[in-house]
Design a protein around this ligand. Structure first.
Ligand code: SAH
Length: 291
């Protein structure tokens, strides 16, 4: 059934108080509540409650009343989580998506481009990645945020799918991007999409499961790696990620469910990474780490 996430931001001590308050208030209703550190540098936490869509208005109201008892009540936000229907999902490829300066669109929506947009044209097709999925959008957001502060010089997009992230990086930063995928069909689509988006010379696509390809030794070290795969393979890849990233380099991981987040962060901290930020979207999290 479709769910709505009701969430708020808080410092560590406020988060403790909010969690206890909400846990006690909604224990009987059995509503799941999660707390995670959204921004380690600034010590910000995100507290989320998950309600069934039909009850979301009522729960939102109740949460609002519950936190109103506090001296400084946090601002409440809500987002409807998609009830993922994969057929409808592939049809969503028809709608354009905006994330930061990036506009991901199909060929029929070229007229929506505005001055200043970094427009990327991707047709919904055989490879994953039209920008609609929360994980892709989360990575695009993390890339947009990173590029505001620094300019990477040599990037890797592992699990590239349609190459949407590799193209975004190449277009926005004008840097070479190695784009790899375990699936040879995706690699083909990736190369074709890069060419169609004018970055065929910057994006090089190769088929490889994880880091199993000589190309990695030739192209490493990377100062930015983006990998939108899934929690388990990402945890297994942690030592090799460390091995292929420069010290101080940035790693953006996605394809991780909120409840898997701590385990993924722990396996990277074990490899000498520092957690910078976690961002949630539609039940998925995107994690930014630095080596
Ligand atoms: N980067 C795109 C696609 C993500 S989907 C986006 O963000 O939208 C995940 C992709 O990773 C799929 O294309 C899948 O084939 C690939 N993949 C899964 N496991 C992999 C592995 N171990 N090594 C390389 N690619 C992998």
């Amino acid at each position: 059934m479709a769910q709505t996430r009701i969430f708020m931001n808080a410092s560590r001590s406020e988060a403790d108080i909010l969690f206890k308050l909400l846990d006690a208030r909604f224990e009987e209703d059995g509503l799941p509540i999660s707390v995670f550190e959204a921004d380690e540098e600034n010590g910000r936490f995100e507290i989320s409650l998950y309600a069934e869509r039909e009850e979301a208005d009522r729960v939102f109201q109740e949460v609002d009343e519950a936190v109103a008892q506090l001296s400084a009540p946090p601002q409440l936000f809500r987002e409807d989580l998609p009830d993922i229907d994969w057929v409808a999902h592939s049809l969503e490829g028809l709608k354009p998506v905006r994330v930061g300066r990036f506009l991901i669109h199909g060929s029929h929506d070229r007229n929506l481009r505005r001055i200043g947009d970094l427009a990327i044209e991707i047709e919904a097709g055989l490879a994953f990645g039209t920008g609609h999925h929360g994980t892709t959008a989360g990575c695009l957001q993390a890339i947009a945020d990173l590029l505001k502060r620094e300019k990477p010089r040599n990037a890797l997009d592992l699990g590239t799918g349609s190459a949407v992230l590799a193209i975004a990086l190449a277009r926005a930063a004008r840097i070479p991007v190695l784009a790899t995928d375990i699936d040879p069909v995706a690699t083909q689509v990736a190369a074709e999409n890069a060419r169609l988006n004018g970055v065929g010379a910057l994006v090089e696509a190769h088929t490889a499961p994880g880091f199993h390809n000589r190309i990695f030794a030739e192209r490493k070290p990377f100062d930015l790696i983006v990998a939108n795969i899934l929690a388990r393979p990402l945890m297994r890849l942690a030592p090799q990620m460390a091995n292929h990233l420069t010290p101080g380099g940035t790693l953006i991981l996605s394809g991780i469910l909120e409840r898997q987040r701590d385990a993924v962060v722990a396996s990277y901290v074990n490899q000498g990474f520092r957690h910078i930020r976690t961002q949630a979207r539609e039940g998925w999290v995107t994690i930014v780490l630095r080596r």
